[in-house]
Design a protein around this ligand. Sequence first.
Ligand code: ADP
Ligand code: ZN
Length: 287
Amino acid sequence: MYGGIEAGGTKFVCAVSDEGVIVEKISIPTTAPEETLKQVFDFFDQYELEAMGIGSFGPIGIDKSTDSYGYVLATPKKGWTNYNFLGSIKDHYDIPVAWTTDVNAAAYGELLKGAAIGKKSCIYLTVGTGIGAGVVIDGNIFSGIAHPEMGHIWVKRHPDDTYEGTCPYHKDCLEGLAAGPSIEARTGIKGQDLPQDHPVWDMQAFYIAQALVNYTLTLAPEKIILGGGVMNQDHLLHKIRQQFVELMGGYMETPPVSEYIVRWGLPNESGIIGSLLLAEHELAQTK
Ligand code: ADP
Ligand code: ZN
């Protein structure tokens, strides 16, 4: 049996799988680390786990050669900055534990079981409270000095956009201009309640499409998968595809855009399914 944790800023989803099937799944509100972990342990203690996989909100330390490996780094989430998340789990369970970001786990889940089945590479981009992306290349999660932070890239400003941006670090980076909170900050209306013909959707599409062009030009993945609350807007996906084609300007050949830029194949479950698959992968690696 494998254990998976999709650790988010608002909730932790914990699940146990047996032979590829989820046997139990629970959701725990994210509060103080010790309090949340206590509930995590209460849940997993019921099972004999062979390995675990964690896809965590970040940023997180993923370089095994540094002291911050396994830690949650500079997060606005109270109590979690510099928390040794992986260490706490490993102190409690003496089993192999895979450790990566929530979006990396989602990308991995989508590659093996979701919208990118049969591919070797994909990017998973979430547009929700924040913007983040996970990258799988040649079947493996990509990381270098750190995990990529593809939500904080620079984008060209839309000519009609005067909004300063919500990112506490950069103000008008991609996340600052196109994550869910920016929609509400511009209009006073939450994305889910904003009419489809509102001009802010064109700005959203313009920014997200720029990001996808940049990702395509730098990494050339076989598929780009979009998830997160804001991507529940079907018309937005359509606008993003149109803008992508326009901004690419015919320069690089990609698969037809309706096949290349797609919605998630495992709605709301990419992260937890990916975490469980990573647990399995981790065990195989250590054998
Ligand atoms: P989180 O990123 O916290 O995991 P979500 O992916 O649900 O959670 O993102 C929440 C953000 O997405 C909020 O800013 C919310 O207003 C926005 N959002 C949620 N549902 C929709 C929707 N149907 N259309 C547009 N925006 C939405
Ligand atoms: Zn930023």
